[in-house]
Design a protein around this ligand. Sequence first.
Ligand SMILES: Cc1cc2nc3c(=O)[nH]c(=O)nc-3n(C[C@H](O)[C@H](O)[C@H](O)COP(=O)(O)OP(=O)(O)OC[C@H]3O[C@@H](n4cnc5c(N)ncnc54)[C@H](O)[C@@H]3O)c2cc1C
Length: 409
Amino acid sequence: MSDRAQFVVVGGGQAAGRAVETMRSAGFEGTITLVAEEPHLPYERPPLSKRVLVGEDPPEKTEIHDADFYSSHDIALRLNTRAERIDRASRSIGLSDGTSLTYDKLLIASGAKLRKLGVAGSDLDGVCYLRSRRDSLEIQRRLAPDAQLVIVGGGYIGLEVAASGIKRGCRVTVIEVLDRVMARAVAPEIGRAFLDYHRQAGVTFHLGVGVEAFVGTSNVQAVRCSGGLQVPADLVVVGVGVEPATELAEAAGLEVDNGIVVDEFCRTADPAIYAAGDVTNHPNPLLGRRIRLESWQNAQNQAIRAARNMCGEAEAYAEIPWFWSDQYDLNLQMVGLPEDQDQVLLRGSLEERKCTALYVKDNRLIGANCVNNARDIRPCRELIARAKALDPERLADPAQSLRDLLKET
Ligand SMILES: Cc1cc2nc3c(=O)[nH]c(=O)nc-3n(C[C@H](O)[C@H](O)[C@H](O)COP(=O)(O)OP(=O)(O)OC[C@H]3O[C@@H](n4cnc5c(N)ncnc54)[C@H](O)[C@@H]3O)c2cc1C
């Protein structure tokens, strides 16, 4: 690579923003161009369902850097511009404005796109989804006091929107097809505690109920569900998950399997193309399996690792996954990606809403959910990474400090 080598980054989210910043801090002196289809400077999404949604923070506060940062670091921004195709033979990218860019190395950080509910009435005014800054401001505008807000999906984003709706004085209902909330993310005991807390705050839940149609003439007026239930609505927010935005990679012949397939160095099979963030299917050497994550930590740290590797390093990306959610005054942090645990041990008190659920498999800690208990995160992460056998009785004993247990392993 010559000094004026060209790096191109596709994406305008957290992974893209952190990647371009890292390329410069790692000493790359060539050209850097970031191509983003949204009109904003690269930004982070977590506040979109929290402080931005209720108007406590302006949307600009989500931006990773201000415009001066990019100009002073000689990073060219092509905002409002979509990367439409990659020509791997000529190492060039066709853009939506009809121009093209050549690259020596390319990072795809195209993130994830919303999964849509394909039921009747989906195009009625007031049926909303939440992924972008624009979506967040649109929902915020409609969160009027006393408005009937119906949320489809009891995952963490749906529940954050529920808490935000309550804060804005809305009448909030959550419809969830499973019989519990945050089923993918937390232990049943923790899910139940969150459900109780939301109910006490005034949220109505219909669990085990599927949505059949949105009803209305031009504006949504109700949600029709299985079993004949009809829930009145002024505003519906659908939160039924996302899918990796892999079209660009797929059309370029890169391997895609629930995300762009990369190795532990964040490289695709094409040595000039890397990927990072929500869009990747990557190996996690600490967990011993391939995963795709939708998390702030992964968007940031995998992008930093990819950018450093593009600049000549060759280090594996290896972290225990970590994720958080804020609902009312409840801070939930999840570490590890537990599956097939043989027991869940509860430390602390669900009633006092300060507790940690430990997921154990073969006497090894494989995951934890910490509610208002952030200090448990670090020792849990370390204990998971070390994968040593532990005594479940001691693990379950709240008098046993996890930090001390860590020192012994
Ligand atoms: C409302 C909300 C709340 C969240 N809260 C939390 C939380 O509390 N904790 C947590 O850990 N995580 C949270 N997350 C998840 C976290 O924000 C994501 O994991 C993270 O945004 C992923 O970053 P990314 O850069 O990989 O992808 P994205 O943020 O999806 O960014 C990808 C960008 O690429 C652009 N793009 C796609 N294709 C193209 C193309 N062909 N050309 C140009 N541009 C393109 C997209 O428009 C988008 O701007 C939340 C997500 C949302 C939506």
